[in-house]
Structures are given as structure tokens and as C-alpha cells.
Design a protein around this ligand. Structure first.
Ligand code: AOF
Ligand code: ZN
Length: 378
């Protein structure tokens, strides 16, 4: 037999385990502070084909890292195993020894990784440590797929700002709402559940004061079992219109809320008393200066941000080239009919079309609605 089919077999097994690790890493996305959510699978063939003997994902809060969690599960069986890690194992001493060293000590024979860690304390040093110890290292497997989940971390490290996802729900007639009517139902229940899952995977969620006043949303994750995964809420309030009667403010002690506003507005005391925090922001042309605000959010450890509206905020982020991804929910329902055109709020992204400068990365159905994901072409 030639060696080729065996290589193909190993390559497809490697891919399968790395894909599984990438899926596992998604579990703590948004919940590992400024650490990426990484996963590690330890795999070994004990005579009946390769099986997973240890699985770990970076813990909520960022520590412990994925590798020691997987190694603790595997125990002595880790000797001679292959480790699949979605990010290069770290090479620096934190509260625990470097993960590269922990893998070496455990006697792992082979390490397959997806993405090189841009953290200057690591950045190929983890790979080098492993190789110096005689471990076979294969880097770069399924790197694009792993980068999807690590994008917030990579943006935070390389650009000093969070990855920004703009979420829009657009009706068949191209609207995202109706003025003066409260929240208009555009998408169905299945899409709404998906939106809540999206919220759970983001560290912060942002709206403008117009939406806060018109819709009075809570912006929390209300999926059963994930209620404690609500992101930090940010409301842009250049003109000091946010008031204590809003749900966002009334619930600020349970779910942290930042009111991005210029300093010293007379209305702020009552917001602070209710538990909201004033997020001192600069103004540009009478609006909150978005690039600076994103930098300030990054300094607070926010690696990914979900922008949920409304039209003015969405357009500002798009116009300033600050959107990295668009999640476009498209509903078959027309909401404009029977309402004066003056009440129509047009979507900055038309249904069915690809927004300029973006390309389609995925499409899913949620009930009657379609979700299309776009990414900026860079
Ligand atoms: C790993 N496995 O699961 C994660 C890693 O503050 P520390 O000491 O936890 O270090 C944070 C850095 O650790 C972070 O910037 C990234 O380089 C790495 N994250 N590394 O080996 C993991 N989450
Ligand atoms: Zn580590």
C-alpha cells in the first residue's frame, strides 16, 4: 500500500478533531474577558481508533486555559496523545506555567494548532517551545474557521478596538421599523431566540438613545439557562435624553449599563443613582465620537460589540467604516403597508442585496426568516 491513503486518512481525522475543537471553543465566546475562548482536544488511539480522552475550553473569566483543563481530564493517558488546539499554546507564565510547557510535561506527542497567537508574549514562542522538546507541531489547520470565533480577540489585540457586528432585522419592504409605534414585529420567534444567542456571545451591545426612548428595550439574553449571559449594555446619549424611566436604566443594577455621554449633563445624577455608569465620551459634530468610544470600550476589555440599532446609529457605524460583520435578518413580512410613508424607517441595508464593501459568509433560515452574515472585505 502506498503511504498516500494513510496521509489522507490522518489529514481528514485531524480536520475532524480540529472542527470539533472549534465548535467547543464557541461555548465560552464572549465570556473569557480579554482572553480568547480557546478549546483543546486530546486524542489518542488505544487500539480501537482515535478517541477524545480530554476536552477543555478556556474557563469563563479567562482562566484556567483550555490545555490544563483537557490534560486534567486525560491524566496519564495524555502521554503519546495528539493535542488539537484552536490557538497556539501560550508560552508565558501567568498564574500557571505556560500551556506549551504543560503539554510537554504531560508527554503529548503531537500538537496541531489552528491560529498563531498574536500576543507578543506568545507569537510562535509556544510552537518553538514544543518543537524544541521534540514534539511534532502542525500549525495552521482550519485557521480561517478558527479565526471566525477568535475574531474579537484578534481585533482587540491587533487594532485595539472590538470586533463590531451590526445586527439588522429588515422587513420585505425594506424597513427596520415604524416611527412612533414602539417595537414593530419584523422577525419571528425563532429569529428572536437566535438574536438572544447572539447577545450571549457578545461582551457588549449598543443602541442609540432614539431606539432606547422609542422601543424601551431590555437588550438582555432571555434564553432559558443563559439569562446570566447578558452583555454589557451601552446606550449613546449625546443629547442627554436617556432617563431613569427606561428599562435599561431600571435594570442597571442587575445588568450593567453604560450611558455614553459627554461629561456634566444635569440629567446624569439620577441615572447614576439607578446604577448606570456614565461613560464619558467625546463628541464629534454633536454626536458621540464612535472610533474613540470603541477604543475606550476596548480598554475596558470589550473584544466584541453587537450594534442593535436604530437606523441612525447603524448608518453612522457603516459610514465610518466601523462595521466588521453584518447579521441581516430578512423577514417575508411587509410592515409599511397601511402606514404613512413619513413613519417608515428605511433599513440602511436593503433586503436581498449585498451591502457595499461586504461579502456573504453564511446563510441560515430561522422559521420564516433568513439570516445572512456578511463580512467586510479587507
Ligand atoms: C492558551 N490557552 O485557553 C488561552 C490562551 O492573562 P493570562 O495569563 O490568562 O494570558 C492571556 C493570554 O493567554 C492571551 O492574551 C492569549 O495570549 C493566551 N490565551 N492561551 O494557551 C488558552 N485562552
Ligand atoms: Zn495557556
Amino acid at each position: 500500500m502506498s503511504a498516500e491513503p494513510i496521509l489522507q486518512g490522518q489529514a481528514s481525522l485531524d480536520r475532524r478533531f480540529m472542527d470539533a475543537a472549534i465548535r467547543l471553543a464557541r461555548r465560552h465566546e464572549g465570556w473569557t474577558a480579554t482572553n480568547p475562548s480557546v478549546a483543546c482536544l486530546l486524542v489518542r488511539d488505544e487500539g480501537e481508533g482515535p478517541i477524545v480522552i480530554g476536552a477543555g475550553v478556556t474557563a469563563v473569566g479567562g482562566r484556567p486555559h483550555a490545555e490544563p483543563v483537557a490534560l486534567a481530564q486525560a491524566g496519564d493517558r495524555a502521554r503519546g496523545a495528539t493535542a488539537y488546539v484552536t490557538l497556539e499554546p501560550c508560552a508565558h507564565h501567568g498564574r500557571t506555567p505556560p500551556c506549551a510547557q504543560t503539554l510537554i510535561t504531560a508527554g503529548v506527542a503531537r500538537v496541531v494548532t489552528a491560529v498563531v497567537d498574536p500576543d507578543p508574549r506568545v507569537n510562535e514562542k509556544g510552537h518553538a517551545m514544543l518543537r524544541a522538546a521534540g514534539i511534532v507541531v502542525e500549525a495552521g489547520l482550519a485557521a480561517d474557521e478558527a479565526r471566525e470565533g477568535l475574531a474579537g480577540y484578534l481585533s482587540h489585540k491587533s487594532r485595539g478596538r472590538p470586533l463590531v457586528t451590526l445586527k439588522l432585522a429588515v422587513s420585505a419592504d425594506g424597513l427596520i421599523g415604524l416611527l412612533g409605534g414602539g417595537q414593530a414585529a419584523i422577525t419571528g420567534a425563532v429569529s428572536r431566540a437566535q438574536t438572544h444567542l447572539m447577545r450571549a456571545r457578545h461582551q457588549a451591545i449598543l443602541i442609540g438613545s432614539g431606539t432606547a426612548l422609542a422601543d424601551d428595550p431590555e437588550l438582555t439574553c432571555r434564553l432559558a439557562g443563559l439569562e446570566d449571559r447578558s452583555p454589557l449594555r451601552v446606550v449613546l446619549d449625546a443629547a442627554g435624553r436617556v432617563h431613569a424611566g427606561l428599562k435599561l436604566i431600571a435594570t442597571a443594577r442587575a445588568v450593567p449599563t453604560l450611558v455614553a455621554a459627554p461629561r456634566a449633563l444635569p440629567s446624569q445624577d439620577v441615572l447614576k443613582q439607578a446604577g448606570a455608569e456614565i461613560f464619558a465620551s467625546e463628541l464629534a459634530d454633536g454626536r458621540i465620537a464612535l472610533p474613540e468610544m470603541l477604543e475606550d470600550l476596548a480598554s475596558r476589555g470589550v473584544m466584541n460589540l453587537l450594534v442593535e440599532g436604530g437606523a441612525a446609529v447603524a448608518s453612522s457605524f457603516l459610514d465610518e467604516d466601523l462595521v466588521d460583520r453584518i447579521a441581516l435578518f430578512e423577514s417575508p413580512v411587509e410592515i409599511g403597508r397601511g402606514h404613512a410613508v413619513s413613519r417608515h424607517v428605511a433599513s440602511p441595508v436593503a433586503p436581498g442585496s449585498v451591502p457595499a464593501g461586504f461579502h456573504l459568509t453564511g446563510e441560515q433560515r430561522f422559521g420564516e426568516d433568513r439570516l445572512r452574515m456578511f463580512e467586510r472585505i479587507v
